[in-house]
Design a protein. Structure first.
Length: 131
């Protein structure tokens, strides 16, 4: 019985991989084996970094919100606690955009958070008084 090599299916799979290797240099683009290794590695990185991108943006938003909050005499955690207590449901992405593009509106939110913040919760004086 002759060996079955897969003919059209194999060719289709090779073409698909080589098409994905477009833009690579040398054998990474021209030879199937090198192209497959490089493409698979690239796809692995792409999958990983799609997850990482979400984390990176969240940290960027937090940094921007913290910088805006410090201008109004608040820390990031106090601002967020105050906004939560005030019932403001603005996500971090929007808060970061406000801190960057519309400081006046962000200032209003910061003032609202200051008023609604739990009194004495987590402050140094309150912690010292209970000890």
């Amino acid at each position: 019985m002759p060996r079955a090599k897969g003919g059209p299916k194999t060719r289709r799979r090779h073409k698909k991989t080589l098409k994905m290797a477009k833009g690579y240099v040398g054998g990474r683009r021209k030879t199937y084996r090198q192209a497959r290794e490089t493409v698979e590695r690239g796809l692995t990185y792409a999958y990983r970094d799609r997850k990482q991108k979400k984390r990176d943006f969240r940290s960027l938003w937090i940094i921007r919100i913290n910088a805006g909050a410090r201008k109004h005499g608040l820390s990031y955690s106090r601002l967020m606690a105050g906004l939560k207590a005030a019932g403001v449901e603005v996500d971090r992405k929007m808060l970061a955009a406000l801190a960057l593009d519309d400081p006046a509106a962000f200032g209003e939110l910061a003032a609202l958070a200051k008023r609604a913040a739990p009194s004495g919760a987590g402050t140094k004086s309150a912690a010292g008084a209970t000890a």
